[in-house]
Design a protein around this ligand. Structure first.
Ligand SMILES: Nc1ncnc2c1ncn2[C@@H]1O[C@H](COP(=O)(O)OP(=O)(O)OP(=O)(O)O)[C@@H](O)[C@H]1O
Length: 350
Protein backbone atom coordinates (compact mmCIF):
# COMPACT_ATOMS: atom_id res chain seq x y z
CA UNK A 1 0.00 0.00 0.00
CA UNK A 2 1.30 3.43 -0.84
CA UNK A 3 2.71 5.70 1.85
CA UNK A 4 0.41 8.41 0.59
CA UNK A 5 -3.31 8.02 0.10
CA UNK A 6 -3.70 8.56 -3.61
CA UNK A 7 -6.45 8.28 -6.18
CA UNK A 8 -9.80 9.97 -6.26
CA UNK A 9 -12.86 8.71 -4.48
CA UNK A 10 -15.39 8.97 -7.26
CA UNK A 11 -13.36 8.51 -10.42
CA UNK A 12 -10.98 5.92 -8.99
CA UNK A 13 -13.19 3.16 -10.30
CA UNK A 14 -15.28 0.59 -8.58
CA UNK A 15 -14.61 -3.08 -8.07
CA UNK A 16 -16.61 -3.94 -11.18
CA UNK A 17 -13.86 -5.32 -13.39
CA UNK A 18 -16.31 -5.66 -16.26
CA UNK A 19 -16.91 -1.95 -16.64
CA UNK A 20 -14.24 -0.35 -18.84
CA UNK A 21 -11.95 2.16 -17.16
CA UNK A 22 -11.86 4.08 -20.43
CA UNK A 23 -14.30 4.24 -23.31
CA UNK A 24 -13.88 6.27 -26.48
CA UNK A 25 -17.03 6.72 -28.54
CA UNK A 26 -16.70 7.97 -32.09
CA UNK A 27 -13.83 10.38 -31.36
CA UNK A 28 -12.93 12.90 -34.03
CA UNK A 29 -10.05 15.36 -33.82
CA UNK A 30 -9.70 17.97 -36.53
CA UNK A 31 -6.98 20.61 -36.67
CA UNK A 32 -7.34 23.79 -38.64
CA UNK A 33 -4.08 24.75 -40.33
CA UNK A 34 -2.97 27.48 -42.68
CA UNK A 35 -3.47 26.16 -46.20
CA UNK A 36 -0.79 25.86 -48.83
CA UNK A 37 -2.98 27.69 -51.29
CA UNK A 38 -4.09 31.29 -51.18
CA UNK A 39 -7.55 30.18 -50.15
CA UNK A 40 -6.99 30.18 -46.42
CA UNK A 41 -7.36 27.35 -43.97
CA UNK A 42 -7.35 23.60 -44.38
CA UNK A 43 -8.49 20.83 -42.06
CA UNK A 44 -6.28 17.99 -40.82
CA UNK A 45 -8.41 14.94 -40.02
CA UNK A 46 -6.19 13.57 -37.26
CA UNK A 47 -8.81 11.20 -35.81
CA UNK A 48 -11.92 10.09 -37.63
CA UNK A 49 -14.35 8.15 -35.49
CA UNK A 50 -12.17 6.21 -33.05
CA UNK A 51 -13.92 3.73 -30.74
CA UNK A 52 -11.96 1.97 -28.05
CA UNK A 53 -12.30 0.64 -24.53
CA UNK A 54 -9.89 -0.71 -21.95
CA UNK A 55 -10.60 -2.36 -18.62
CA UNK A 56 -8.64 -2.72 -15.38
CA UNK A 57 -5.72 -5.11 -15.77
CA UNK A 58 -5.90 -4.94 -19.56
CA UNK A 59 -3.39 -3.48 -22.02
CA UNK A 60 -4.55 -2.27 -25.41
CA UNK A 61 -1.76 -1.63 -27.89
CA UNK A 62 -2.09 1.00 -30.61
CA UNK A 63 -0.04 0.47 -33.74
CA UNK A 64 0.28 2.27 -37.05
CA UNK A 65 2.65 4.25 -39.23
CA UNK A 66 3.83 7.76 -38.52
CA UNK A 67 1.04 10.33 -38.83
CA UNK A 68 -1.85 7.86 -38.40
CA UNK A 69 -3.05 9.61 -35.23
CA UNK A 70 -1.53 7.59 -32.39
CA UNK A 71 -0.27 10.57 -30.38
CA UNK A 72 -3.48 12.48 -31.03
CA UNK A 73 -5.38 9.54 -29.60
CA UNK A 74 -3.09 9.48 -26.55
CA UNK A 75 -3.55 13.22 -25.99
CA UNK A 76 -7.32 12.88 -26.32
CA UNK A 77 -7.35 10.05 -23.76
CA UNK A 78 -5.43 12.01 -21.12
CA UNK A 79 -7.44 15.19 -21.72
CA UNK A 80 -4.67 17.17 -23.43
CA UNK A 81 -6.65 17.33 -26.67
CA UNK A 82 -10.35 18.06 -26.65
CA UNK A 83 -12.11 16.01 -29.33
CA UNK A 84 -13.94 17.90 -32.07
CA UNK A 85 -16.69 15.28 -31.76
CA UNK A 86 -17.41 12.17 -29.73
CA UNK A 87 -17.38 11.19 -26.08
CA UNK A 88 -14.71 9.96 -23.70
CA UNK A 89 -15.86 8.15 -20.57
CA UNK A 90 -13.60 7.53 -17.62
CA UNK A 91 -15.03 5.02 -15.15
CA UNK A 92 -18.42 5.88 -16.59
CA UNK A 93 -18.11 9.69 -16.27
CA UNK A 94 -17.98 11.84 -19.39
CA UNK A 95 -14.60 13.59 -19.42
CA UNK A 96 -15.75 16.76 -21.15
CA UNK A 97 -19.06 17.03 -19.29
CA UNK A 98 -17.32 17.24 -15.92
CA UNK A 99 -16.09 20.58 -14.58
CA UNK A 100 -12.58 21.72 -15.50
CA UNK A 101 -11.68 21.49 -11.81
CA UNK A 102 -12.84 17.90 -11.51
CA UNK A 103 -11.02 17.01 -14.74
CA UNK A 104 -7.79 18.49 -13.38
CA UNK A 105 -8.04 16.98 -9.90
CA UNK A 106 -9.96 13.70 -9.90
CA UNK A 107 -9.30 12.69 -13.49
CA UNK A 108 -5.73 14.02 -13.38
CA UNK A 109 -4.94 11.85 -10.37
CA UNK A 110 -6.26 8.74 -12.05
CA UNK A 111 -4.42 8.98 -15.37
CA UNK A 112 -0.67 8.76 -15.91
CA UNK A 113 1.16 9.40 -19.17
CA UNK A 114 4.63 8.41 -20.33
CA UNK A 115 5.98 10.28 -23.33
CA UNK A 116 8.37 9.17 -26.01
CA UNK A 117 11.44 11.15 -25.04
CA UNK A 118 12.27 11.45 -21.32
CA UNK A 119 14.93 14.07 -22.12
CA UNK A 120 12.27 16.57 -23.10
CA UNK A 121 9.49 15.29 -20.83
CA UNK A 122 11.40 15.95 -17.58
CA UNK A 123 12.32 19.38 -16.25
CA UNK A 124 16.10 19.50 -16.67
CA UNK A 125 16.57 21.94 -13.78
CA UNK A 126 14.83 19.86 -11.13
CA UNK A 127 16.43 17.06 -9.12
CA UNK A 128 14.78 13.65 -9.48
CA UNK A 129 13.33 13.84 -5.96
CA UNK A 130 11.56 17.11 -6.89
CA UNK A 131 10.28 15.69 -10.17
CA UNK A 132 8.77 12.68 -8.39
CA UNK A 133 7.34 14.80 -5.58
CA UNK A 134 5.85 17.41 -7.87
CA UNK A 135 2.53 15.59 -8.62
CA UNK A 136 2.04 15.02 -4.86
CA UNK A 137 2.68 18.70 -4.15
CA UNK A 138 0.42 19.88 -6.98
CA UNK A 139 -2.45 17.68 -5.85
CA UNK A 140 -1.82 18.35 -2.13
CA UNK A 141 -1.45 14.67 -1.27
CA UNK A 142 -0.31 13.91 2.30
CA UNK A 143 2.19 15.95 4.33
CA UNK A 144 5.88 16.62 3.69
CA UNK A 145 7.11 13.45 5.41
CA UNK A 146 4.66 11.14 3.63
CA UNK A 147 5.53 12.74 0.28
CA UNK A 148 9.21 12.04 0.90
CA UNK A 149 8.36 8.45 1.77
CA UNK A 150 6.33 8.15 -1.39
CA UNK A 151 9.28 9.45 -3.44
CA UNK A 152 11.54 6.76 -1.96
CA UNK A 153 8.85 4.18 -2.62
CA UNK A 154 8.53 5.28 -6.25
CA UNK A 155 12.29 5.16 -6.80
CA UNK A 156 12.33 1.65 -5.46
CA UNK A 157 9.31 0.70 -7.57
CA UNK A 158 10.94 1.77 -10.85
CA UNK A 159 14.43 0.48 -9.95
CA UNK A 160 16.31 3.73 -9.39
CA UNK A 161 19.19 3.79 -6.89
CA UNK A 162 18.81 6.08 -3.87
CA UNK A 163 21.79 8.07 -5.11
CA UNK A 164 19.72 9.23 -8.10
CA UNK A 165 17.42 11.30 -5.87
CA UNK A 166 19.66 14.38 -5.95
CA UNK A 167 20.74 14.01 -9.58
CA UNK A 168 19.45 16.15 -12.42
CA UNK A 169 17.86 14.37 -15.40
CA UNK A 170 20.91 15.21 -17.53
CA UNK A 171 23.10 13.25 -15.12
CA UNK A 172 21.14 10.05 -15.68
CA UNK A 173 21.16 7.61 -18.59
CA UNK A 174 18.23 7.56 -21.03
CA UNK A 175 16.88 4.39 -19.44
CA UNK A 176 17.08 5.89 -15.95
CA UNK A 177 15.33 9.04 -17.17
CA UNK A 178 12.50 6.92 -18.53
CA UNK A 179 12.30 5.16 -15.15
CA UNK A 180 11.85 8.59 -13.56
CA UNK A 181 9.11 9.40 -16.07
CA UNK A 182 7.37 6.12 -15.23
CA UNK A 183 7.66 6.86 -11.50
CA UNK A 184 6.19 10.31 -12.01
CA UNK A 185 3.30 8.89 -14.05
CA UNK A 186 2.53 6.42 -11.24
CA UNK A 187 3.05 8.85 -8.35
CA UNK A 188 -0.64 9.43 -7.70
CA UNK A 189 -1.69 5.80 -8.06
CA UNK A 190 -3.55 6.08 -11.38
CA UNK A 191 -5.91 3.43 -12.69
CA UNK A 192 -5.04 4.20 -16.33
CA UNK A 193 -1.54 4.52 -17.81
CA UNK A 194 -0.91 5.78 -21.34
CA UNK A 195 2.56 5.04 -22.75
CA UNK A 196 3.27 6.78 -26.07
CA UNK A 197 6.28 5.14 -27.77
CA UNK A 198 8.03 4.85 -24.38
CA UNK A 199 11.16 3.16 -25.71
CA UNK A 200 11.66 4.59 -29.18
CA UNK A 201 14.08 7.29 -27.95
CA UNK A 202 16.13 4.78 -25.95
CA UNK A 203 19.17 2.67 -26.83
CA UNK A 204 18.21 -0.77 -28.03
CA UNK A 205 20.12 -2.26 -25.08
CA UNK A 206 17.78 -0.75 -22.45
CA UNK A 207 14.49 -1.02 -24.31
CA UNK A 208 13.74 -4.53 -23.06
CA UNK A 209 14.39 -3.47 -19.44
CA UNK A 210 11.90 -0.62 -19.69
CA UNK A 211 9.30 -2.79 -21.41
CA UNK A 212 9.71 -5.48 -18.74
CA UNK A 213 9.33 -2.87 -16.02
CA UNK A 214 6.12 -1.57 -17.59
CA UNK A 215 4.74 -5.10 -17.95
CA UNK A 216 5.54 -5.87 -14.31
CA UNK A 217 4.02 -2.66 -12.97
CA UNK A 218 0.91 -2.97 -15.13
CA UNK A 219 0.28 -6.45 -13.72
CA UNK A 220 1.16 -5.62 -10.11
CA UNK A 221 -1.01 -2.50 -10.08
CA UNK A 222 -3.81 -4.01 -12.19
CA UNK A 223 -3.58 -0.97 -14.44
CA UNK A 224 -5.58 -0.35 -17.55
CA UNK A 225 -2.86 0.53 -20.05
CA UNK A 226 -2.76 2.02 -23.54
CA UNK A 227 0.59 1.16 -25.11
CA UNK A 228 1.48 2.97 -28.33
CA UNK A 229 4.20 2.01 -30.80
CA UNK A 230 4.84 1.91 -34.53
CA UNK A 231 6.39 -1.54 -33.97
CA UNK A 232 3.72 -4.23 -34.02
CA UNK A 233 5.98 -6.87 -32.48
CA UNK A 234 6.56 -4.70 -29.41
CA UNK A 235 2.85 -3.97 -29.22
CA UNK A 236 2.06 -7.70 -29.43
CA UNK A 237 4.44 -8.42 -26.59
CA UNK A 238 3.03 -5.71 -24.35
CA UNK A 239 -0.69 -5.95 -25.04
CA UNK A 240 -3.71 -8.17 -24.65
CA UNK A 241 -5.34 -6.59 -27.68
CA UNK A 242 -3.96 -4.65 -30.65
CA UNK A 243 -5.79 -1.76 -32.30
CA UNK A 244 -4.39 -1.06 -35.75
CA UNK A 245 -4.71 2.57 -36.86
CA UNK A 246 -4.62 3.92 -40.37
CA UNK A 247 -5.08 7.57 -41.23
CA UNK A 248 -7.08 8.50 -38.15
CA UNK A 249 -9.17 5.34 -37.95
CA UNK A 250 -8.96 2.14 -35.97
CA UNK A 251 -9.30 -0.43 -38.74
CA UNK A 252 -8.92 -3.62 -36.69
CA UNK A 253 -8.88 -4.68 -33.05
CA UNK A 254 -7.37 -8.09 -32.69
CA UNK A 255 -6.29 -10.23 -29.73
CA UNK A 256 -2.48 -10.22 -29.45
CA UNK A 257 -2.46 -13.98 -29.06
CA UNK A 258 -4.04 -14.50 -32.48
CA UNK A 259 -1.88 -16.21 -35.10
CA UNK A 260 -1.13 -14.31 -38.34
CA UNK A 261 -3.84 -16.37 -40.04
CA UNK A 262 -6.38 -14.94 -37.61
CA UNK A 263 -5.60 -11.35 -38.54
CA UNK A 264 -8.21 -10.05 -40.98
CA UNK A 265 -7.26 -6.54 -42.12
CA UNK A 266 -4.76 -6.32 -44.99
CA UNK A 267 -2.98 -3.45 -43.23
CA UNK A 268 -2.50 -5.38 -39.96
CA UNK A 269 -1.21 -8.26 -42.04
CA UNK A 270 1.22 -6.00 -43.88
CA UNK A 271 2.51 -4.54 -40.59
CA UNK A 272 3.07 -8.02 -39.21
CA UNK A 273 4.95 -9.11 -42.28
CA UNK A 274 7.16 -6.03 -42.25
CA UNK A 275 8.58 -6.85 -38.81
CA UNK A 276 9.11 -10.59 -38.62
CA UNK A 277 10.94 -11.94 -35.61
CA UNK A 278 14.56 -12.79 -36.34
CA UNK A 279 14.05 -16.53 -36.31
CA UNK A 280 11.07 -16.54 -38.66
CA UNK A 281 11.02 -16.75 -42.37
CA UNK A 282 10.73 -13.30 -43.92
CA UNK A 283 7.86 -12.99 -46.33
CA UNK A 284 7.12 -9.28 -46.47
CA UNK A 285 4.07 -7.67 -48.01
CA UNK A 286 5.25 -4.44 -49.55
CA UNK A 287 2.69 -1.68 -49.60
CA UNK A 288 2.61 0.48 -52.68
CA UNK A 289 2.83 4.25 -52.42
CA UNK A 290 2.95 6.67 -49.50
CA UNK A 291 0.42 7.15 -46.69
CA UNK A 292 -2.13 9.64 -48.06
CA UNK A 293 -2.42 13.12 -46.57
CA UNK A 294 -4.62 13.58 -43.51
CA UNK A 295 -5.76 16.85 -45.12
CA UNK A 296 -7.17 15.11 -48.16
CA UNK A 297 -7.86 11.51 -47.13
CA UNK A 298 -9.13 9.20 -49.88
CA UNK A 299 -12.86 8.63 -50.09
CA UNK A 300 -14.21 5.44 -48.53
CA UNK A 301 -11.57 3.25 -46.91
CA UNK A 302 -8.38 5.32 -46.56
CA UNK A 303 -6.20 2.22 -46.97
CA UNK A 304 -7.63 1.40 -50.41
CA UNK A 305 -4.93 3.37 -52.27
CA UNK A 306 -2.29 0.93 -50.98
CA UNK A 307 -4.38 -2.21 -50.61
CA UNK A 308 -3.90 -5.17 -52.94
CA UNK A 309 -7.49 -6.26 -52.34
CA UNK A 310 -9.23 -2.93 -52.93
CA UNK A 311 -12.29 -2.87 -55.19
CA UNK A 312 -14.46 -0.02 -56.43
CA UNK A 313 -16.73 -0.63 -53.43
CA UNK A 314 -13.89 0.50 -51.13
CA UNK A 315 -13.93 3.98 -52.68
CA UNK A 316 -17.64 4.42 -51.98
CA UNK A 317 -17.77 4.34 -48.20
CA UNK A 318 -15.77 3.52 -45.10
CA UNK A 319 -16.51 -0.10 -44.22
CA UNK A 320 -18.64 -0.32 -41.05
CA UNK A 321 -17.26 -1.97 -37.92
CA UNK A 322 -17.96 -5.68 -37.91
CA UNK A 323 -17.48 -7.73 -34.75
CA UNK A 324 -15.78 -10.99 -35.74
CA UNK A 325 -15.60 -12.17 -32.15
CA UNK A 326 -16.94 -10.73 -28.92
CA UNK A 327 -14.79 -12.71 -26.46
CA UNK A 328 -11.95 -12.13 -27.06
CA UNK A 329 -12.83 -8.97 -28.96
CA UNK A 330 -11.97 -8.90 -32.66
CA UNK A 331 -13.40 -6.05 -34.72
CA UNK A 332 -12.74 -5.12 -38.33
CA UNK A 333 -13.43 -2.32 -40.81
CA UNK A 334 -12.80 -3.92 -44.18
CA UNK A 335 -14.87 -5.09 -47.15
CA UNK A 336 -12.27 -7.64 -48.24
CA UNK A 337 -10.60 -9.24 -45.21
CA UNK A 338 -7.64 -11.50 -45.73
CA UNK A 339 -7.80 -15.02 -44.42
CA UNK A 340 -5.76 -18.18 -44.47
CA UNK A 341 -7.36 -19.54 -47.62
CA UNK A 342 -6.77 -16.34 -49.55
CA UNK A 343 -4.24 -16.98 -52.29
CA UNK A 344 -3.86 -13.32 -53.17
CA UNK A 345 -2.59 -12.41 -49.72
CA UNK A 346 0.96 -13.37 -48.85
CA UNK A 347 1.10 -15.05 -45.45
CA UNK A 348 3.56 -13.30 -43.17
CA UNK A 349 5.53 -15.04 -40.50
CA UNK A 350 5.66 -13.67 -37.00
N1 LIG B 1 -1.47 20.43 -33.53
C1 LIG B 1 -1.61 19.98 -34.76
N2 LIG B 1 -1.91 20.80 -35.78
C2 LIG B 1 -2.09 20.35 -37.03
N3 LIG B 1 -1.96 19.06 -37.39
C3 LIG B 1 -1.63 18.18 -36.43
C4 LIG B 1 -1.44 18.59 -35.07
N4 LIG B 1 -1.13 17.48 -34.34
C5 LIG B 1 -1.13 16.45 -35.20
N5 LIG B 1 -1.42 16.86 -36.45
C6 LIG B 1 -1.55 16.01 -37.64
O1 LIG B 1 -2.47 14.98 -37.30
C7 LIG B 1 -2.08 13.75 -37.90
C8 LIG B 1 -1.87 12.73 -36.81
O2 LIG B 1 -0.72 13.10 -36.06
P1 LIG B 1 -0.16 12.24 -34.82
O3 LIG B 1 1.00 12.98 -34.25
O4 LIG B 1 -1.29 11.95 -33.92
O5 LIG B 1 0.31 10.91 -35.52
P2 LIG B 1 1.24 9.75 -34.97
O6 LIG B 1 0.68 8.47 -35.46
O7 LIG B 1 1.41 9.89 -33.50
O8 LIG B 1 2.63 10.05 -35.68
P3 LIG B 1 4.12 9.82 -35.13
O9 LIG B 1 4.27 8.35 -34.95
O10 LIG B 1 4.97 10.38 -36.23
O11 LIG B 1 4.22 10.59 -33.84
C9 LIG B 1 -0.83 14.05 -38.71
O12 LIG B 1 -1.22 14.31 -40.05
C10 LIG B 1 -0.28 15.29 -38.06
O13 LIG B 1 0.48 16.05 -38.98
Amino acid sequence: MSAVQTGAATLAGDQDQRRPVLELKNIHVRHSIKGLSLFGKETVFALTGANLSVSAGETVGIVGESGCGKSTLAKAIVGLQKPSDGEIYFNGASLWDMSADRRRTEFGRNVGMIFQDPSTALNRRLAIRRILRDPLDVHGIGDGASRDRRVRELMNLVGLPESAADALPTQLSGGQRQRVAIGRALALGPSLLVADEPTSALDVSVRAQILNLLLKLQKEMNLAMIFISHDIQTVRRMSDRIATMYLGRIVEEVPSALTPEGVAHPYTKALLSATPSILDEINPISLEGPVPSAVRPPSGCPFRTRCWKASSECAQEMPPVSVLSQEPLHTLRCFHPVNSGDASAPTPSI
